[in-house]
Design a protein around this ligand. Structure first.
Ligand code: GUN
Ligand code: ZN
Length: 433
């Protein structure tokens, strides 16, 4: 039996940078979403679809809400949930002072499962239904995360961190053990329900050549697993990595020479790249994660979204918790807007919607499954409440069109506007009150 959901509906059709804002989205002021067996069966104006509903179809109606696809967070670290806001350092010192000590605790699998539960609840409270997630170096940290995600039938990507040097010894694996552990995790979890595995070398600074090659071997052996790592985040990091790999032409070239560049790869940050490297990423079909709150918090730099658009580079949005400061992709897009402003541009609200939904799905190779409300997609969607706060209610009264309302929602919105989050057609978070 299908279930019908009536509300305003909004979703992206394509990237506003390629088709223009007006052609990039579909909006039904009074829309209807028909969901059955975890999939969207129909999506259109309520006036057209209501008469055709089978008698007795359950119907939920939110006259003042806005339904959008579930948000897609393309880069986030679940073991860093307990260290958000660890202040005072830039990347390399922040890793040594805060991150590695926090990740050490994931040797304890009961602790890992506790944090995984808190983390997933926080994603859902913020309307995020898919994320590509760094676990820690401990294989059991991946088991903990995937166990929790599987219980809720979430579409999630995760991987065990590979790091065999330049980190505390108790956090290091080896090229061989990291390979074997990743392989076992892939066999256990990849394609289990809606879960997928991402081979996760932390970054070139923490992986030997042998380990990067073993990561590439996994990608060869498992043609649908993905690659998830960091790239060109911080200037000191880049100088250090170039000194570790003197034969490589650039930070990106390190990954390229080890066979890690390709359409299944996503590189987080990708801030300090030259046009040649950007073009190389684009040509091979790789994606990057724009992580504005993290890039600002760690003082890493300003991601050049306009260049990515010009060169046809796939971009998703990433919260990058715990260097990032909010689980909310609405808040994160608000920060992206400011990053654009600092470079003399603006962020079109429909581009922002695209980045957090369809653009993220494309960046993770999940287009056609998530990121849209079009029929055939998995029924991951969020009911947003534009009346969530007195200020929003008042501010939105002043708006004259959809673009303005969306821009205000991105500026003032956070977890309070997420009224309900649906995963494969099942309500998994309902805001109190
Ligand atoms: N580079 C290598 N590891 C990390 C990490 O945990 N967070 C961020 N932001 N950058 C990294
Ligand atoms: Zn990161």
């Amino acid at each position: 039996m299908p279930t019908a959901y009536r509300s305003a509906l909004l979703y992206s059709l394509d990237d506003p940078a390629t088709v223009g804002a007006a052609a990039s989205y579909r909006h039904h002021e009074d829309g209807l979403l028909l969901v059955e067996d975890g999939l969207i069966r129909a999506c259109g104006p309520a006036g057209e679809l209501l008469p055709g509903l089978p008698a007795g179809t359950p119907l939920r109606h939110w006259p003042d809400a806005l339904i959008v696809p579930g948000f897609v967070d393309t880069h986030i670290h679940y073991p860093q949930t307990g260290m958000i806001g660890a202040a005072g350092e830039q990347l390399l010192d922040w890793l040594a002072r805060y991150t590695y000590p926090a990740e050490r605790r994931f040797a304890d699998s009961a602790y890992a499962e506790r944090v995984a539960r808190i983390f997933v609840a926080e994603l859902l409270r913020n309307g995020t239904t898919t994320a590509q997630v760094f676990a820690s170096v401990h294989p059991a940290s991946v088991d903990a995360f995937f166990t929790v995600a599987a219980e809720l039938d979430l579409r999630m990507l995760c991987g065990k961190v590979l790091m065999d040097r330049n980190a505390p010894p108790e956090l290091c694996d080896s090229a061989d053990s990291g390979y074997a552990q990743s392989r076992a995790l892939i066999e256990r979890w990849h394609g289990h329900g809606r879960l997928g595995y991402a081979v996760t070398p932390r970054f070139a600074g923490s992986c030997s050549s042998a380990q990067l090659r073993r990561a590439a071997q996994l990608l060869d052996e498992f043609p649908t697993v993905r690659l998830h790592t960091h790239l060109a985040e911080n200037r000191a990091e880049i100088a250090w990595i170039e000194s570790l790999f003197p034969d490589c032409a650039s930070y990106l070239d390190v990954y390229a020479r080890h066979g890690l560049l390709g359409p299944r790869a996503l590189f987080a940050h990708a801030i300090h790249l030259d046009d040649g490297d950007c073009r190389r990423l684009s040509r091979c079909g790789a994606a990057v994660a724009f992580c504005p709150s993290s890039n600002l918090f760690l003082g890493s730099g300003l991601f050049d979204l306009a260049r990515a658009e010009r060169l046809g580079l796939k971009v998703g949005i990433g919260s990058d918790i715990g260097a990032g400061t909010s689980f909310s992709l609405l808040r994160t897009l608000g920060e992206a807007y400011k990053v654009e402003q600092l470079q003399g541009r603006s962020l079109d609200p429909f581009k922002a919607l695209y980045l957090a939904t369809l653009g993220g799905a494309r960046a993770l190779g999940l287009e056609g499954r998530i990121g849209s409300l079009a029929p055939g997609h998995e029924a991951d969607f969020v009911v947003l409440d534009p009346q969530a706060t007195p200020l929003l209610r008042f501010r939105l009264e002043e708006c004259t069109d959809l673009a303005e309302r969306l821009a205000v929602l991105l500026t003032l919105g956070d977890d309070r506007v997420v009224r309900e989050t649906f995963v494969a057609g099942v309500s998994r978070h309902r805001r109190d009150g």
